[in-house]
Design a protein around this ligand. Structure first.
Ligand code: LLP
Length: 419
């Protein structure tokens, strides 16, 4: 459930009519709903009610906006971060360092040191040399890094190939078959408290089966590690739960997910950690755009909007579907391809789709854009960096300014040695 709904024929975010934001801030602009973020945070937490010891770390890569992070921090969420930049954001948003988990397949030594200096709660080690480096850096600082070893359980998550992470051929984690020996060696290093296991098999998962298969494998690994004398107190189950993007999508609910997790992990006797991203933020945001032109095409009309692939990359990158809705629908429909102004055919949001009938000057939204939307934006074609707005009841605030193309140009220089 979300808080974007029509009132008297106009689309609102909570109590704010979207035309007001378009008029005052301009388009394209991302609009987030605080009430929706809070609701999703609560629903996910409630779904885990049967799990005695748990920690929820929002995967901030999906929406690292400081305002959004503050909302989730107030919900008791920590952060799953994958870079020094994300780490600093999580702390700046008011999250406690000990609630931060540092994932990421290519952490630098400087980032490992930063994590230690900031006092984060856990490092998710991706492979043996990273663990060795972390131990060395920690020992030199006379600190102990709390860490878990990420394993690759070799399951097919059944999602888009570009966002699948748990198959043997993917770059993430260590093979579950070699995990015991690597764990053994890392656990002996001073500077490291290796306390458990992490996994994450992919994103936008629409079936619980691959997750369950992966968790069962990890359960066996925990038993083996304990039999070898290791103290296993933490298991990080990652994120990945899918969300509905269009009518008919029926991903497992957080409650189904929580029930499965509770059943499979019943005897594990560990603190379970979770890294949800999309399920919290996806449906809490829309990308508000204006129709620039409607142009006849060979197969169907082109609706050219002022948002483009640089603002919302998912359709171009993954052929992802985002619902397109007029802000003031007339009730009529049209068949059209929705495209942006960028000079690539890939700058296409929808092909030959039946949509609300729109004309030049009309406002529309792409739904389910709160996760992996603004955070993946670029300035390609020297377009401005898209701004973000957070709505809270009948007030809203710009939580990220539009960065003008000129501001970005001002950070560049022409060498004076080129005549
Ligand atoms: N934990 C780890 C280690 C991850 O790599 C990810 C996502 C998550 C948690 C959160 O997954 P979620 O709950 O959001 O599914 N840009 C792509 C998605 C990339 C996901 C990367 N990892 C997209 O737009 O679909």
């Amino acid at each position: 459930m979300d808080h974007f709904a029509y009132r008297d024929g106009v689309l609102y975010a909570e109590d704010i009519p979207l035309p007001r934001i378009a008029e005052e801030i301009g388009t394209p602009v991302y609009v987030y709903s605080r009430a929706t973020l809070e609701r999703h945070a609560q629903v996910f937490r409630d779904a885990l009610a049967d799990i005695p010891r748990k920690h929820i770390a929002f995967a901030i890569k999906c929406n690292p906006n400081l305002g959004v992070l503050r909302v989730l921090a107030r919900q008791g969420y920590g952060a799953d971060v994958v870079s020094g930049g994300e780490l600093e954001r999580a702390i700046a948003s008011g999250m406690a360092p000990e609630d931060i988990v540092f994932s990421g397949v290519g952490k630098t030594r400087a980032e490992l040191a930063l994590g230690l200096d900031r006092g984060i709660g856990q490092f998710n080690i991706e492979h043996e040399p990273e663990g060795v480096a972390l131990a060395e850096i920690a020992a030199r600082k006379e600190m102990t890094a709390q860490a878990v070893l990420r394993v690759n359980p070799d399951v097919d998550a059944g999602t888009h190939a570009k966002i699948s992470t748990g198959k043997a051929e993917n770059k993430f984690g260590v093979g579950i078959d070699v995990a015991p020996e690597i764990f053994d060696r890392l656990a002996r290093l001073p500077g490291l408290k290796l306390r458990g296991i992490a996994l994450h098999i992919g994103s936008q998962l629409t079936s619980l089966d691959p997750l369950e298969a992966a968790f069962v494998r990890v359960g066996r690994l925990i038993a083996d590690l304990r039999a070898a004398g290791h103290d296993i107190t933490h298991v990080d189950l990652g994120g990945g739960l899918g969300v509905p993007y269009k009518e008919g999508d029926n991903p497992p609910s957080p409650a189904d997910y929580g029930a499965m997790v509770a059943r499979v992990t019943r005897d594990w006797d560990v603190t379970l950690m979770f890294e949800p991203g999309r399920v919290i933020a996806g449906n809490a945001g829309v990308l508000l755009t204006e129709v620039l032109w409607v142009k006849p095409g060979a197969q169907s009309d082109f609706v050219i909007v002022d948002a483009a692939m640089n603002d919302l990359a998912r359709p171009a990158l993954y052929d992802a579907w985002h619902d397109f809705q007029a802000v003031r629908p007339s009730g009529e429909t049209m068949t059209a391809s929705i495209v942006g102004p960028v000079c690539e055919t890939g700058d296409t949001f929808a092909r030959d789709r039946v949509i609300d009938k729109v004309a030049a000057g009309d406002l529309a939204v792409f739904r389910t854009a709160g996760a992996y939307g603004a955070t993946m934006a670029s300035t390609y074609n020297s377009r401005s960096l898209v701004p973000e707005v957070l709505v809270d009841g009948d007030r809203y605030i710009v939580v990220a300014d539009r960065i003008a193309a000129g501001t970005i140009m001002a950070a560049e220089r022409v060498p004076d040695w080129i005549d």
